[in-house]
Design a protein around this ligand. Structure first.
Ligand code: MTE
Ligand code: MO
Length: 406
């Protein structure tokens, strides 16, 4: 099985460790033997994920996080959702990893080794919010095909790498440059050679932003395999599909990149609002760029039981794509009245912001806590569902949790 191959090649080629534990008699292990623990690993063990996460699909792996698992200010690997369009790369050789910069609008096509990237350019660390364009898809009606994400396809980890802009300046970008497109080492589900699972990108202006990184570390350690080891493009605030994992080539294009999942209906929404269920022609669909304002209550967990008279202190995160979040409000009366939360500034551009608040409950019974964020242009989250679209993207409805006071 391919997954097994991947596991044995990646984890066992040189190491005598399983998940950080030494295989004591590893040197006596037969050459092509796969330890029992790794023969059919569950995804939680394989990817070191919290067991409360939800596996939506195993081929490709799609694993969703949950609001209460995202309470940390910096999301740890154990709580990060995984979204793969294809199969994981089968062989990852960090020492010989290359990144080629090519395309119609490159001055000098250049190939860098990973160690050249690390040594030739200044390194930066940013916390960057990555949300899948389809986060919240499961609420749309009529339903949209695709992974039925609830609220957990978002994370904000700390990425370290070099600025894509610094690399592009060295290779040279002609005045024709419009877009960049990434290419990666993952494998198409059909296993057709040269067919890519996904190859997306962004306009050259976004690529040139200070925070757009070619990252090789996440949260101070090598990037976990599922999240793009050994090299990932990280583009905060835009659909996470722009942040290519396992990248080995970036093309500087003289037109909008036309790689896999850039065309047709993928990662696009109707340019003008449509009625639910309506068919929309490809030419009337527009590429999703900056993600809309959104918030998530990460504490307490929905279903929390409170004592009457107890003051609840709650908290969460809010983000707004390329913009900042200006305010977060909460309601315990189904939106009849709203109060302001405390809101922290982002640690850097495109990092989510933390909100918190306290509230008391007048009597025993069932309550809901709702949160609503507003961006720096005055746009707020919709209460329930935003505009229906054929592929179920951009659901930024208010997050709500259930509470019982007794
Ligand atoms: N090479 C490659 N990059 C990829 C993908 C992929 O399938 N292959 N999936 C994209 C999508 S759709 C999302 S939402 C994010 C998910 O990132 P994560 O798995 O680190 O959470 O990665 C993006 N980058
Ligand atoms: Mo995605």
């Amino acid at each position: 099985m391919h997954r097994r191959d991947f596991v044995s090649k990646t984890f066992l080629a040189s190491a005598t460790l399983i998940g950080g534990t030494t295989i004591v008699f590893g040197k006596f292990m037969p050459k092509n033997y796969t330890p029992l623990l790794l023969q059919d690993p569950d995804p939680f063990t394989l990817f070191k994920k919290n067991k409360d996460m939800l596996v939506l699909n195993d081929k490709p792996w799609n694993i969703e996080s949950r609001a209460h698992l995202l309470n940390d200010k910096i999301t740890p690997n154990s709580s990060m959702f995984v979204r793969n369009n294809g199969l994981l790369p089968e062989q990852i050789d960090e020492d010989n990893w290359m990144l080629t910069i090519d395309g119609e609008a490159v001055e000098n096509e250049t190939t860098f080794t990973l160690s050249e990237l690390k040594s030739k350019f200044k390194q930066y660390t940013y916390q960057l919010t990555l949300e899948c364009g389809g986060n919240g898809r499961k609420e749309f009606n009529p339903p949209a095909k695709g992974n039925q994400w609830g609220v957990g396809a978002v994370h904000c980890a700390k990425w370290t790498g070099v600025r894509l802009a610094d690399v592009l300046k060295v290779v040279g970008v002609t005045s024709e440059a419009v877009y960049i497109g990434y290419h990666a080492a993952d494998i198409h589900l059909s296993r057709t050679p040269n067919k890519e699972p996904i190859s997306r990108g962004c306009p050259i202006e976004k690529a040139m932003q200070n925070e757009t990184l070619l990252a090789f570390e996440m949260n101070g350690a090598p990037i976990p395999v599922a999240h793009g080891f050994p090299l990932r493009l990280v583009v905060g605030g835009w659909p996470a599909s722009v942040s290519g994992k396992w990248i080995n080539r970036i093309s500087i294009r003289n037109k909008v990149h036309d790689g896999e999942k850039m065309n047709g209906q993928a990662y696009r929404v109707p340019c003008k609002p449509v009625s639910p269920g309506e068919k929309v022609a490809d030419e009337d669909m527009c590429i999703i760029e900056s993600m809309p304002v959104k918030s998530l209550i990460t504490y307490p967990k929905t279903g929390a039981m409170l004592k009457l008279g107890q003051t609840l202190r709650f908290n969460g995160h809010a983000w707004a794509g390329d913009l900042e979040v200006e305010k977060v409000e909460f309601s315990i009366d189904f939106g009849a009245t709203w109060q302001l939360c405390e809101l922290e500034a982002p640690v850097n551009k495109h990092a989510w912001q933390h909100f918190s608040g306290t509230t008391n409950f007048p009597t025993e019974g069932y309550y809901e806590l709702w949160a609503r964020a507003t961006d720096s242009q005055g746009k707020s989250q919709p209460m329930v569902l935003p505009g229906w679209n054929p592929k179920g993207y951009l659901n930024n409805a208010c997050h709500r949790i259930a509470l019982k006071v007794s």
